[in-house]
Design a protein around this ligand. Structure first.
Ligand code: SF4
Ligand code: SF4
Length: 407
C-alpha cells in the first residue's frame, strides 16, 4: 500500500513527499481469495457508482486551495480494480478534462496508479485503457514467486485453484509495456521457507525489482524469526554469488536499515495516512483505505467525511500530530535497530485495545531484527567481495543513492 507517493520501479518513488495520494476503492470484489488478504470484508455488491465517483472528483478538485501538494497520484484499488475498467476509464477521462478545464495545478502532474492481481491484464478492455493513458500509468502486478509459493495463498475464490498460471502468462506483456516495473510480495508465517526461491524466480521472469514486506498482523510463530533470517542469508548468498546485485533489487536488503534513530531528528510518522485520502462506493472518505470497514477486523471504520458534506477536519486532526515518539513504546524509541522498522497506522488502530491510532503494534519486532541481521550479513559480504575485486567505487557510483523503505 502506498506512502505519500507511488512506486514506479527501479527504486524510484514518483514525487515522493510531494504528491497527494487519492484512492478510489472502485469495487470490493476480486476473483481471488488470498489467504493473507487483509481485506476481511470483500464482497461483490459494493461497486462504486459513477455518480459517487464524479461527486468525489468535483469535491476534491474544488479543494485546490487546501490540497496544495505539487502533484497527485490517483490510485485505483479493489478488490481487483480491473474488474471495473469501464468505470475507471470514465473516471480518468473526467479527471483529465476537469483538471484541464479548471486549469488545476495537478493538470499534467498526475499519475494513475494500479495494483492488480494481473489476471485481466491482457484483455482488450484493459489494453485499450493502457494505450490511452500509457505515459501517466504505474501498474504493479502482484505475483508471489514460484508456482508453489504463489498458489499457497493466491487462490480463486470459487474452487480454490491456484492463480499462478493465469498471472504469469501476462508478465511478458506487462514488462514489455512497463520495463522498469517492480512487484510487491507479502510474507506471512507459512511463506518463509519459499522466500529465496521466490525472489530468484521473480528475477528469472525478468522482474528486476522485488519489494517484499512482512505482514504487520500478529501472525508470527515461535522460531519464525530464525527461519526468516536463514532464508534471507541464503538469498543474500545467491544474489552475491550470482552477480545479481548490480542490476536487481530486493527491498529486504537496504543500507538504510537497522540503525538507531535520533528521535529529535527522525521523528516523522512512517506512513502517509491522514495526508492521503480514500473514497469508497458509498462516497465515504477515509484517511487511507486501511481505515475503511472492509480492511478492519475488530474496529469501526474511521470515516472523515463524504462526497456530499466534504471532509470534517476535526476527524483528521489526530492524524496530523502523529509522529514516531507519540505512538511508540519506549523500547522502540531507544531501539538499536529502529531504522526501517515499519508500522501501518491502520493495523495499529485495528490491533489496539482502545479506539486509538496512538498505540503502535510491534508484532513485527522479531522479524525486523532478523531482517537487520541478514541485511548486515548481505552488505558486509557484498562490500568484501567488491573490495577484493576492486569494484566498490564503480558499484557505489552506479547504483541509486537512496533505497526507499516503503510501507
Ligand atoms: S518493534 Fe522491535 S525492532 Fe522495531 S523499533 Fe520497536 S523494538 Fe525495535
Ligand atoms: S495506514 Fe497502513 S496501508 Fe495505509 S498508508 Fe499507512 S502503512 Fe500504508
Amino acid at each position: 500500500m502506498g506512502t505519500n507517493g507511488t512506486f514506479v520501479g527501479n527504486n524510484k518513488v514518483w514525487q515522493r513527499g510531494m504528491a497527494k495520494n487519492i484512492t478510489f476503492i472502485v469495487t470490493k470484489d476480486c476473483q481471488l481469495a488470498c489467504k493473507y488478504c487483509y481485506l476481511v470484508g470483500k464482497n461483490s455488491k459494493e461497486r462504486m457508482p459513477w455518480e459517487v465517483a464524479k461527486q468525489a472528483i468535483d469535491y476534491i478538485l474544488d479543494q485546490e486551495d487546501e490540497m496544495r501538494e505539487e502533484s497527485v497520484v490517483w490510485d485505483f484499488i479493489g478488490g481487483e480494480p480491473f474488474l471495473e475498467i469501464e468505470l475507471i476509464d470514465r473516471i480518468c477521462d473526467y479527471l483529465k478534462t476537469e483538471m484541464f478545464r479548471r486549469e488545476h495545478h495537478w493538470f499534467n502532474s498526475y499519475r494513475l496508479s494500479f495494483s492488480t492481481n494481473g489476471i485481466n491484464f491482457h484483455t482488450d478492455r484493459v489494453q485499450r485503457f493502457i494505450a490511452k493513458n500509457r505515459s501517466h500509468l504505474s501498474i504493479g502486478i502482484t505475483i508471489d514467486g514460484t508456482e508453489r509459493k504463489h498458489d499457497l495463498n493466491r487462490i480463486y475464490k470459487g474452487d480454490g485453484r491456484g492463480s499462478y498460471a493465469d498471472v504469469v502468462r501476462n508478465i511478458p506483456l506487462w514488462l514489455s509495456l512497463f520495463p522498469g516495473a517492480g512487484t510487491k510480495v507479502t510474507i506471512s508465517s507459512a511463506d518463509i521457507p519459499y522466500i529465496k526461491e521466490s525472489v530468484l524466480h521473480l528475477y528469472s521472469l525478468g522482474i528486476r525489482e522485488v519489494n517484499i514486506n512482512c505482514v504487520f498482523e500478529d501472525v508470527w510463530q515461535p522460531g519464525d524469526d530464525r527461519r526468516f533470517e536463514e532464508q534471507l542469508t541464503l538469498l543474500a548468498d545467491a544474489i552475491i554469488d550470482g552477480g545479481l546485485y548490480s542490476d536487481h533489487a530486493c527491498s529486504f536488503f537496504s543500507e538504510h536499515l537497522g540503525k538507531p534513530l535520533d528521535p529529535e531528528l527522525q521523528n516523522q510518522n512512517w506512513c502517509g495516512a491522514g495526508r492521503m485520502l480514500a473514497v469508497d462506493a458509498e462516497g465515504n472518505f477515509y484517511p487511507c483505505t486501511r481505515f475503511a470497514q472492509y480492511s478492519l477486523r475488530s474496529k469501526q471504520a474511521w470515516v472523515i467525511g463524504n462526497v456530499r458534506d466534504g471532509i470534517d477536519r476535526n476527524k483528521l486532526r489526530p492524524f496530523l500530530t502523529l509522529d514516531r515518539c507519540t505512538q511508540s513504546p519506549r523500547r522502540c524509541i531507544d531501539c538499536e535497530v529502529a531504522e526501517g522498522c515499519a508500522w501501518c497506522q491502520g493495523e495499529n488502530y485495528d490491533a489496539a485495545d482502545t479506539p486509538t491510532i496512538y498505540q503502535r503494534s510491534t508484532a513485527i519486532c522479531l522479524m525486523h531484527k532478523a531482517r537487520v541481521r541478514a541485511n548486515n550479513y548481505y552488505w558486509n559480504r557484498l562490500y568484501r567481495k567488491l573490495e577484493q575485486e576492486g569494484e566498490r567505487e564503480a558499484f557505489e557510483a552506479a547504483r541509486p543513492k537512496s533505497n526507499p523503505l516503503t510501507c
